[in-house]
Design a protein around this ligand. Structure first.
Ligand SMILES: [Zn+2]
Length: 337
């Protein structure tokens, strides 16, 4: 039911995450919306903004100042934890996101979180950015933190192929990695909450494009139930790709909101979750936001709104060359209701 008063972006976004009243559909993303055009406007460029809290904060704030979104999320890549845990990371450039160059751990016994983990440059930058954003925007705009879940950390630290093969060949090893690596998620997540994040996104890519629904249920669901309890703040789960076959299990995870991909039709997602979890998304990145027009982006945003998606935004981290006007079209569509 609509409210009769205008909400601040922060109240609107948080209410959407938690499935409450809103004056209009909130807009935002639990993953990066940074682009080259925003870097030029903010005067803060990747790759520097991956490792410098002030630059990270300035670039992230463009999501509100330039795009008109209701939330700011400063962690642009998916490699901050991996770099801090000893992965070699190529930090890319303004048009290319970072990639990891090594997978240092073969065995769960090797998992080790350094005592100074929160002081490592890639981690400290995110915490500094959240603290800065909290001071500048915290009264008005939702500040969203993000940390990788143990499934994605296993991809980075152990290697995607080995890890996925072991889900069949050696389940105890998979559980060993998840059990130890979830402590990374908790440590970084709690530090982001302490730094001032209102909401925490856990990105954990157990996607239907790579693994069957039983994988989520058997391996990851117990981890997610524990994580959401221990983190305690409003939480969003991000998994891109097709997740329709595991949405019922995701509803049991304890997350407040699920950030989903355009591979799942918005109406199917709303029907599948049946009010048990809020939904965020699901405007298509490659065809609509990167190569489409503002009209097409607005049309997809409206489809998500009409379907009943609570928070409207891109489906995943947007490509860095995405045109500004396509991203702005989402907030315009939402402002029209
Ligand atoms: Zn994604």
């Amino acid at each position: 039911m609509p409210t009769t008063y205008a909400m601040t972006p922060k109240r609107r976004f948080l209410s959407g995450i938690l499935g409450g009243r809103v004056d209009r559909p909130p807009v935002g993303s639990a993953t990066s919306v940074a682009t080259v055009e925003q870097m030029q406007i903010a005067g803060a460029f990747l790759p520097d903004a991956h490792l410098d809290g002030e630059k990270m904060a300035r670039l992230a704030a463009a999501a509100h100042d330039v795009l008109g979104y209701d939330a700011i999320m400063p962690y642009f890549s998916v490699q901050a934890e991996a770099a801090a845990l000893g992965c070699e990371v190529d930090w890319g450039d303004a048009e290319n996101m970072p990639v990891e160059r090594s997978h240092p751990w073969q065995d769960p016994e090797q998992v080790h979180i350094p005592d100074d983990f929160l002081e490592k440059p890639s981690i400290r930058a995110v915490l500094d950015a959240i603290r800065i954003l909290r001071g500048r925007y915290g009264y008005h705009v939702a500040i969203v933190g993000k940390t990788m879940g143990p499934w994605t950390l296993s991809y980075h630290m152990h290697g995607v192929q080995d890890f996925l093969l072991e889900t069949i060949a050696d389940p105890p090893r998979v559980r060993g990695f998840l059990d130890r690596l979830k402590e990374v998620t908790v440590r970084f997540g709690l530090a982001q909450i302490a730094a001032g994040a209102d909401v925490l996104c856990i990105a954990d890519h157990a996607t239907g494009d790579l693994v069957g629904p039983w994988t989520y249920r058997d391996f990851l669901l117990p981890c997610h139930q524990e994580l959401t309890q221990r983190l305690g703040c409003p939480t969003v789960l991000h998994i891109c790709g097709n997740t329709l076959d595991r949405l019922a299990d995701i509803c049991r995870s304890g997350f407040d909101c699920f950030h989903f991909d355009s591979k799942v039709d918005a109406r199917d997602a709303v029907r599948a979750v049946d009010g048990r979890i809020s939904l965020m998304g699901n405007v298509n990145n490659p065809e609509v936001l990167l190569h489409g027009t503002p009209e097409r982006a607005a049309e997809q945003a409206r489809q998500a709104i009409v379907a009943g998606v609570q928070v409207i935004g891109p489906e995943c981290a947007v490509p860095l060359c995405t045109p500004l006007e396509n991203l702005r079209a989402i907030s315009r569509a939402a402002a029209e209701g």
